[in-house]
Design a protein around this ligand. Structure first.
Ligand SMILES: C[S@@+](CC[C@H](N)C(=O)[O-])C[C@H]1O[C@@H](n2cnc3c(N)ncnc32)[C@H](O)[C@@H]1O
Length: 223
């Protein structure tokens, strides 16, 4: 019989399973009580599967992620960074303080599959950014472009943390309702002042997990 504590956990959390290409399964706890970061968004699934499928060379078995320093912004449940850590990357997941317990829970739930390393820290865009220097090899972000006030601090964060060797991979769902088109336009305008931007066409994404309304951009800082 379930204890009161077990029942409380079961009432609050529900699990999203994401199967890796090797058949092993990532388990992401989502929380029914909380803000937008408490669930796995479609852009995170598309980006996680892109990292897994497109950065592995089946000929020589080499994966780009091995030993790379990776920082995930606005990690939410942590799916994208956890996927990178199972591919050998040294990952720091970041989000607002409220999300840290969920990130730690999901790190523990998937640590048996991690072949690199993984930790979680608070990073509020535009605030404690210098704590995350030196610049990582990759910055990953899924579905982080959705409200206007965040765009300037998010851009400052990307600029501070992007060195000459850093690639930012930004994935987001293009939404047509409400303020979304305006927020996307503002983001792209600011982005193109400081970054070179290349969009990944759908045919270079995971063959199953891609969608016409989910964009993946590779960004490099113009020095
Ligand atoms: C739509 S959720 C996406 C979560 C996750 N990346 C995914 O795709 O499943 C946006 C995330 O950005 C985080 N976020 C929003 N504003 C932020 C800020 N100012 N600083 C840091 N993180 C922020 C939220 O807490 C949330 O986890």
């Amino acid at each position: 019989m379930a204890t009161a504590l077990q029942q409380d956990v079961e009432d609050r959390y529900f699990v999203r399973e994401i199967e890796k290409n090797d058949g092993r399964v990532l388990r992401l706890n989502q929380c029914s009580k909380g803000d937008v970061g408490c669930v796995v968004w479609d852009a995170a699934i598309v980006l996680a599967k892109y990292l897994e499928t497109q950065f592995f060379n089946p000929q020589d078995g080499v994966c780009t992620w091995s030993s790379k320093n990776v920082l995930e912004l606005g990690a939410g449940t942590g799916l994208v960074g956890i996927m990178a850590a199972t591919l050998g990357a040294k990952v720091t997941l970041t989000d607002l303080e409220d999300l840290l317990p969920l990130l730690h829970l999901n790190i523990r739930a998937n640590e048996a599959l991690v072949t690199g390393s993984i930790s979680a820290k608070v990073l509020e865009w535009g605030q404690n950014v210098a704590d995350f220097l030196p610049c990582p090899d990759f910055i990953l972000m899924a579905d982080c472009i959705y409200y206007e006030e965040s765009i300037t601090p998010l851009m400052e964060t990307l600029k501070t943390l992007s060195g000459p060797q850093t690639t930012v991979i930004c994935c987001y769902e293009q939404r047509t309702e409400g303020v979304n088109p305006k927020v996307e336009k503002l983001f792209l305008e600011m982005l193109l002042r400081d970054f070179q931007c290349e969009e990944v066409p759908n045919e270079r994404q995971d063959p199953e997990f891609n969608s016409p309304d989910i964009r993946i951009l590779h960004l490099c800082r113009q020095m």
